[in-house]
Ligand binder design. Structure first.
Ligand code: ADP
Ligand code: MG
Length: 670
């Protein structure tokens, strides 16, 4: 239990505040208004603007309970200029008692032109006393939760603003250099001034401090992990050199650069904490293989974990093929393996007989003990839950860690979310890729697309057909996949068609995938299990049904399955009409862009960072004030955090305490 300490709050109120993440007075001070209401003026009924909030002083004329058809309280009121009706669908006897003819009220709410004349539904009102002065400032409306009234919040926040120490936590030189506005003044201002009219400097100060707290906390976590010892995996280049020489291609400049970064990290005596980002098809696997080989050269073991069976298996095959000529065995571990085979892999790894292990999350779920794990690689790391990532970290607490992701995230977001990692980016695709032509086609023209699939397959090409996504229900998802498959079988009887989805047994799945690789299957009907990693260069067309249901990152990943060979490739996004505004905007982004980073940037812009990274999944607190599109501010905060941690650790601690309070510990555990 987290204890709260807010003077003036009853235990019940304190509990509600806790639901809002408000544990201390310092938290209250940083709880800024959502919006403001103008209670400084009285509007005449005759001058009321429909649907705009306004305040009226009125006298009750009549008040009665009617049934039309529901029980409701109707109350007529007037002022010097006209009359108005209040309607309450829910009300307390106490409210009814106040609303007696002759009562004088001050009312706030929106006026509507309803069927029964001009009316206000559930207006907020109170009895008006003689000579009551109007407030001179706008009334803040704070984010709240059920059972916690604005009046209470305002009172507690007002008190906190008096009592909390809002002294500067930043060292003078930083405040001066960045020309930051005074914090205390900025905070006070934002409690009484609407966002739109507040001076930008005040908002910027809050945003900066928030970003700074995030950077300090993540950089601290990074530094703490760096204190651990890890084996130096210097390597002698014997194996990596042989792999590089045997590859049918040369590394791109970007691959060579990130490989250098990783290679250097591995040779250090503390754990690497690196994220390797690279768009779909940028060639991350070979970089992973090189890292694993350097680990083996140094006499340690390396593990590679992938989120799906298909992907893990593909990695396994690819690595096995690359490494067998070097005389290295790769062990395989997956949940669906026979118990005996699983035990065999675990035993080999435990005895140190095999230096390399590839698999699914069986790697962390099964009781695997490595003899001397030096490097743990997680592919498509964002697809693993926090818990699973932590489990792998624990297994290799003192090993080097490499996470790989094909979901590119914009640089500022990466700097923010991944501030506790070093980030390498492969920002270049291998040469010879053909651009994938993307088409948006209404579902009404599905038959044309089916005809195109027939033609393409007849000419020797292969096609992916992605089933509509049904996120809510796995059962429905399977049913839809099977129906799509049955339909296409009926429509294209001359083609060899296969089906893969999440529930197909892994043997069967592997058989289907192998058949597709060999072009024994021409049309592969699939769910998003093929989203990541699958690599069949002869496939040149992908059709995605109900494209509007997919996330942008997902569509980009899926589309990345084609355009891997020399043939001209296309991706057809079938959509159901009518499209909503947002759906249209999203599909337009995919249609117009092929660069994953640009898609991510626009997606972020459309959805905001919370939804973008999946706040629950990342375990990060949402930034409330900072805008991650403000690159300069994020960068300034990053630099200031480094400077403070190095030269003003006391300031850094105080700053963190103000912003994170009791939650700091929670964050560090992520
Ligand atoms: P991703 O980054 O999406 O995981 P992969 O590692 O699967 O990409 O690589 C995609 C394809 O590109 C694979 O077939 C791989 O062998 C090939 N590839 C990787 N690097 C190069 C390169 N430098 N030149 C040519 N082909 C490459
Ligand atoms: Mg990959």
């Amino acid at each position: 239990m987290i204890k709260t300490s807010i003077p003036g709050a009853t235990p019940l109120v304190a509990d509600k505040l806790k639901n809002l993440g408000l544990l201390t007075q310092a938290d209250l001070v940083l709880h800024l208004p959502l919006r403001f209401e103008d209670e400084t003026r009285i509007t005449l009924i005759a001058a009321a603007v429909p649907d705009a909030a306004a305040q009226f002083d009125v006298t009750v004329i009549s008040s009665e309970i009617v049934y039309r058809p529901r029980r409701q309280l109707i109350c007529r009121v007037e002022d010097a200029s006209g009359t108005l009706q209040f309607r309450f669908l829910n009300f307390y006897p106490s409210q009814q008692k106040v609303l007696q003819p002759g009562a004088r009220l001050r009312v706030f709410g929106e006026v509507r032109g309803g069927f029964w004349g001009t009316e206000m539904i559930h207006p907020r009102f109170r009895v008006l006393h003689d000579d009551e002065a109007l407030p001179t400032e706008l009334t803040p409306v704070y984010p709240t939760t059920a059972g916690l009234g604005q009046a209470t919040l305002r009172r507690l926040i007002g008190r906190a603003l008096q009592e909390v120490d809002l002294g500067e936590t930043l060292p003078d030189p930083i405040v001066k250099r960045l020309q930051l506005a005074d914090l205390a003044a900025s905070v006070r201002l934002l409690h009484v001034t609407p966002h739109e009219t507040a001076p930008p400097a005040a908002r910027q100060r809050i945003a900066f401090d928030e970003l700074l707290a995030q950077q300090i906390s993540l950089r601290q976590a990074y530094a703490a992990r760096r204190m651990h010892q890890a084996p130096r995996l210097a390597g002698d280049g014997a194996l990596t050199g042989r792999l590089l020489a045997a590859l049918p291609f040369r590394l791109t400049d970007a691959q060579a650069r990130v490989w250098q970064e990783i290679s250097r990290d591995l040779a250090e005596p503390h754990p690497m904490q690196r994220l390797l980002q690279g768009d779909v098809g940028s060639g991350k696997t070979v970089v992973a293989a090189l890292a694993m080989l350097q680990t083996v050269e140094a006499g340690h073991q390396a593990a590679l974990m992938a989120p799906t069976e298909i992907l893990a298996e593909q990695h396994y095959r690819k690595l096995a093929a690359w490494l067998a000529p070097l005389g290295l065995e790769v062990a395989w571990l997956s949940g669906s393996q026979k118990k005996k085979d699983k035990q065999a892999s675990i035993a080999k790894v435990g005895a140190g007989k095999t230096a390399l292990l590839v698999g699914t999350h069986a790697l962390i779920e099964e009781n695997v003990e490595f003899a001397r794990l030096g490097l743990a690689i997680v592919d498509e790391q964002h697809r693993f839950g926090v818990r699973q990532r932590l489990a792998l970290k624990q297994k290799g607490l003192h090993s080097h860690q490499l996470a790989m992701s094909a979901t590119p995230i914009p640089r500022t977001l990466a700097m923010s979310v991944y501030a506790d990692l070093d980030v390498s980016v492969i920002d270049e695709l291998p040469p010879g890729r053909t651009k994938v032509v993307t088409k948006l086609v209404g579902a009404a023209r599905r038959h044309e697309i089916v005809a195109r699939v027939r033609e393409l397959c007849r000419s020797g090409r292969q096609v992916y057909w992605v089933c509509p996504l049904i996120e809510e229900s796995e059962v429905l998802q399977l049913k839809t996949a099977e129906e799509t498959y049955a339909h296409l079988m009926a429509e294209l009887p001359e083609l060899r068609i296969g089906l893969v989805h999440g529930r197909i047994k892994s043997d069967a799945k592997a058989a289907v995938m192998a058949a597709f690789v060999k072009n024994e299957i021409q049309l592969l009907v699939a769910t998003t299990v093929i989203e990541v990693g699958v690599d069949v260069p002869n496939a040149s067309l992908m059709v995605i049904e109900h494209a509007e249901r997919f996330g942008l990152a997902q569509l980009h990943q899926l589309r990345g399955r084609v355009g891997r060979g020399a043939a001209e490739s296309a991706c057809i996004l079938l959509y159901e009409q009518p499209l909503s505004e947002t759906a249209r905007a999203r599909l337009k982004i995919i249609y117009e862009n092929s660069d994953g980073f640009e898609i991510a940037r626009q997606d972020l812009h459309l959805r905001g960072p919370g939804e973008f990274i999946g706040s629950r999944q990342s375990g990060l607190p949402l930034l409330r004030f900072a805008d991650l599109e403000d690159t300069a501010l994020v960068e300034a905060a990053r630099a200031a955090a480094e400077e403070m941690l190095a030269e003003w650790p006391g300031h850094a601690e105080r700053h963190l305490a103000r912003w994170l309070g009791g939650r700091a510990e929670l964050l560090r555990k992520r």
